[in-house]
Design a protein around this ligand. Structure first.
Ligand code: RB5
Length: 150
């Protein structure tokens, strides 16, 4: 498993906390920025990390902004990305089990670092169950294809 992690200025401090946790777990990661608390635009960082997921260079991406909403909206615009904004471990488990989510979005101004670590653990330790859920993912892919023209 390898993880891309990205945050805007609102997510910068929580990103550092989660990187420490990944280091403790010896899980390889790619830090996609940002590198400070200076104001920046979350779509730039969401796209960078999601591209790594789609290219297969990483297994998952973790995206952090103030609320997690901007990051999750951006990520879900990209075909093949299934991003889940989670503020609890239950949702983090089931978005892997049922939605095969490949991106976890977190709101650094919504949850504390301890909960964020537990949510990340629940996400990476949960497996997609397949079966009836695969049929539903295929329907999502069909919707992506049918709305793919501007
Ligand atoms: C930045 O102020 C804030 O808007 C951003 O971190 C995020 O919460 C957007 O959804």
């Amino acid at each position: 498993m390898k993880i891309a992690i990205a945050g805007d200025h609102g997510g910068f401090l929580l990103k550092n906390e989660l990187i420490k946790h990944l280091q403790e777990l010896k899980i390889p990661y790619i830090d996609c920025g940002t590198d400070s608390q200076e104001s920046c635009d979350y779509p730039d960082y969401a796209e960078k990390a999601c591209k790594l997921v789609l290219s297969g260079k990483v297994t998952y991406a973790v995206l952090i902004c103030g609320t997690g909403i901007g990051m999750s909206i951006t990520a879900n615009k990209i075909n093949g990305i299934r991003a889940a904004l989670c503020s609890d471990e239950f949702s983090a488990h089931f978005t892997r089990a049922h939605n095969d989510a490949n991106v976890l979005a977190l709101g650094a101004r919504v949850i504390g670092p301890g909960l964020a670590v537990s949510i990340l653990d629940a996400f990476i330790n949960s497996k997609f169950e397949g079966g009836r859920h695969e049929r539903r993912l295929e329907k999502i892919r069909q919707i992506e294809r049918s709305h793919n023209h501007v």
